[in-house]
Design a protein around this ligand. Structure first.
Ligand SMILES: Cc1ncc(COP(=O)(O)O)c(C=O)c1O
Length: 493
């Protein structure tokens, strides 16, 4: 193979040149480039074939990894195929395999192959989706993908947005836009439920909202924000001179999948003149299905919405987005025109996407979404999202019918919260927590599946998030059966 025999000649000093004319020090001949790309593709395809038979988690402790990897950067290089193999065999597999069909922990994800290759192409073309001048094709593609997102969630024509690293960046950009629209008041205050993702607290902090101006509103027994408490909190704050600038709603909490009362929140925020941001990072793509659209009714009335295509739209990380109902709000908040970029100002019809958020240099995220949808078509995506909801529904039914399991919240979107709680006798909450922690640990160490836990207003719960398009009912059922068995065994000890 060209690569294994081809070892670059090394220059003697920082400024030395090699005798290989035609290539810079950091370039490779075409044959070696192809060999290397082929090797990487082979490793990935082999991984995806063997994934279902492996465990959904692998990892190592720090000391061991320090021993293996914590070395000074080498002065001389080595064959590139060897380097790729080391990465693919010794480093990258030490992870939660979030795309494993039995990975149900946190919010898993399972990227399409065209999506993966799109990231490779974008890097290879060295795309920087910052301005129209630098990247007209990528910028246009981002406008296309943002327009698709707009349609899926039912936003009007004048809506716009940008692709972001994820939901965290989307909420930060949304808060900044909200604050600017509110006239950048003193004592700016933001509201979210006690079920909102921690990303929102962080976003508020980054934006300079003081801790005493971040309001965590209690949620009801279904983990939806308590509207009475929200209204009371806003009224009290206004009376004391705080300035409410944004309310965050959840369109699928990460813990239980709960969807806040979006219509009621939209009514309330409209009446009060407060920006409504909907965190649809996880749940938003349900909107591509009929059932999901009904569940998310009201989302289209929000001022801004964050949606992560690296969650339920099957894209590799990072593929978040922020949509705003009024496209101008982002540019009003973020656009700056330094002299060095004066050539990039081509007018409103040729937007510079960098003017809509935090980043100037931006990776091309639109390509993966576009290539995946072009390859498979929306019907396939709709089926894949529906399938997650259907598997979660069946899992909930299985739990309800089992004499050994208890469903702790209604199944919502793809999330099922449950615990082992055999109906033969009553047990204390402490005893149940102990048993279920044991179940979690045994699944983690002994089973092929991986799931995580959460606290439901303080009650320990096992939790499965079922949104992988490769997951089958057998994957779900066997994982529930295993939990049941581990629970019963823990009770016998
Ligand atoms: C509901 C929800 N919102 C926000 C986030 C943060 O998104 P990201 O990790 O893409 O920044 C997550 C992450 O899992 C999430 O589940």
């Amino acid at each position: 193979m060209a690569d294994s025999t081809w070892v670059r000649e090394q220059p003697d000093s920082d400024t030395g040149s090699t005798s290989q004319e035609g290539y810079g020090n950091l370039s490779m001949p075409p044959e070696a480039m192809l060999d290397l790309a082929h090797k990487a593709a082979e490793l990935l395809v082999a991984r995806s074939g063997s994934l279902p038979e492996e465990g959904a988690w692998d990892g190592e402790f720090r000391r061991e990894l320090d021993d293996r990897l914590m070395k000074a950067p080498p002065e001389k290089g080595r064959p590139a195929v060897e380097v790729v193999e080391q990465a693919a065999k010794e480093i990258l597999p030490l992870a939660t395999r979030l795309d494993h069909p039995r990975c149900f922990g946190f919010i898993p994800s399972s990227p399409t192959w065209p999506g993966v290759l799109a990231d490779f192409l974008a890097a290879g073309f060295n795309s920087n989706a910052c301005t129209w001048l630098v990247a007209s094709g990528p910028s246009q593609l981002e406008l296309v993908v943002i327009d698709w997102l707009r349609r899926w969630i039912g936003y009007p024509d004048g809506a716009g947005g940008l692709l972001t690293s994820g939901g965290s960046a989307a909420s930060l950009d949304a808060f900044v836009a909200a604050r600017e629209e509110a006239g950048h008041p003193e004592r700016a205050t933001v509201y979210m439920s006690d079920q909102s993702h921690s990303a929102h607290i962080r976003a508020a902090r980054i934006m300079g909202v003081r801790q005493e101006c971040i309001r965590m509103i209690p949620s009801d027994e279904h983990f939806r924000v308590d509207m009475v408490a929200l209204a009371r909190s806003v009224a009290e704050d206004r009376a004391e001179g705080f300035n409410p600038i944004a309310v965050c709603a959840n369109a699928g909490t990460s813990s239980t999948g709960a969807i806040d009362p979006l219509e009621a929140m939209a009514d309330y925020c409209e009446a009060e003149g407060i920006w409504l941001h909907v965190d649809a990072a996880y749940g938003g793509f349900a909107a591509v299905t009929d059932r999901g659209r009904k569940l998310l009714r009201g989302i289209e009335r929000a001022d801004s919405i964050g949606l992560d295509a690296h969650k339920w739209f099957f894209q590799p990380y990072e593929a978040g987005s922020l949509l705003v109902k009024n496209a101008g709000t982002l540019e009003r908040a973020f656009a700056v025109h330094p002299d060095i970029l004066q050539d990039t100002v081509w007018g409103a019809n040729h937007p510079n996407i960098a003017d809509r958020g935090l980043q100037l240099s931006r990776t091309l995220r639109a390509l993966k979404i576009w290539m995946s949808v072009q390859t498979f078509g929306m019907a396939a995506f709709r089926r894949a999202v529906s399938r997650g909801m259907e598997l979660a529904r069946r899992a909930g039914q299985y739990v309800e019918e089992s004499p050994n399991l208890e469903l702790l919240t209604p199944v919502s979107l793809g999330v099922v919260c449950f615990r082992v709680n055999p109906c033969d006798e009553r047990r204390t909450e402490e005893a149940l927590e102990e048993i279920n922690r044991k179940v979690l640990a045994r699944v983690f160490w002994e089973d092929r599946a991986f799931f995580s836990s959460t606290l439901l207003h303080g009650t320990f719960s096992l939790r499965m998030c079922i949104i992988n398009h490769n997951t089958t009912w057998d994957d779900v059922r066997e994982t529930l059966e295993t939990s049941e068995r581990f629970g019963l065994e823990a009770l016998k000890k």
